[in-house]
Design a protein around this ligand. Structure first.
Ligand code: C5J
Length: 228
């Protein structure tokens, strides 16, 4: 069953579907992290947690793969271009020590996924040094190994890491649907513009649709494994 979406229904495959959750880490969503240090109102991003959680639970129910990413750098910052660190004029720079440990450094408390969306054992977390989830990561290897062709995309922030990832995925041939109410930005106008540009020109980058539409289609197309 296709998912009602824009610019036209998204072809839900019988296999090869995965959920991609981008950067739902404390650094962006909780006070004291990178997003806060840059002067953003991080409470805006919390609004999508119930929708992302509902999708995460549905994918688990139907035994479909889930991949989460976190943006972060090695402790010696050898994978952080000086340009990225220098262009950040916030109160704390990447690698500086803040209330949740070193900003945007892998393994620090702030780099962890928020407790509401904690992965289960065996679910893959992809650390990524860039904005796109395909750049310098193992994501594509995982997707290819599991025969994934279609991605349902969620997370933050819409116009930065989510959009960059969806463009990277599209260039690699993945059919992507961005879930409108399961992605958020510190800047509502940027979110809206991103949704419109991704689905423009007959889905030049892909589709956008609602959590409800995705959940309904999943329930129709897939069945939960029978517990014995
Ligand atoms: C940013 C992200 N905004 N996850 N990262 O720096 O969108």
């Amino acid at each position: 069953m296709p998912i009602p979406a824009q610019p036209y229904p998204y072809p839900l495959p019988s296999s090869g579907l995965a959920l991609l959750i981008i950067d739902m880490q404390r650094d962006f969503i909780e006070p004291g992290g990178f997003g806060d240090a840059l002067g953003n109102d991080v409470s805006l991003l919390r609004a999508i947690i119930p929708q992302v959680k509902a999708l995460q639970e549905a994918f688990r129910r139907y035994n479909l793969p889930i991949f989460q990413t976190v943006e972060g750098h090695l402790p010696d910052l050898s994978d952080c271009p000086p340009s990225k660190r220098d262009r950040d004029n916030g109160s704390l720079k990447i690698g500086d020590r803040g209330p949740m440990g070193r900003i945007l450094v892998l393994g620090e408390p702030g780099n962890g996924i928020i407790p509401e969306l904690a992965p289960l054992p065996g679910e893959v977390i992809i650390p990524k040094p860039g904005k796109g989830a395909f750049y310098a990561t193992e994501l594509e290897t995982h997707l290819q190994a599991q025969g994934i062709t279609h991605l349902i995309i969620t997370g933050v922030t819409t116009e930065v890491c989510v959009q960059t990832t969806m463009r990277e995925a599209n260039d690699r041939g993945y059919e992507c649907l961005l879930v409108e109410d399961a992605t958020e930005s510190y800047f509502p106008a940027f979110k809206q513009a991103t949704l419109e540009m991704l689905r423009a020109q007959d889905g030049i980058i892909g589709w956008t649709g609602s959590t409800e539409a995705v959940l309904n289609a999943l329930a129709t197309q897939y069945s939960a494994p029978v517990m014995t």
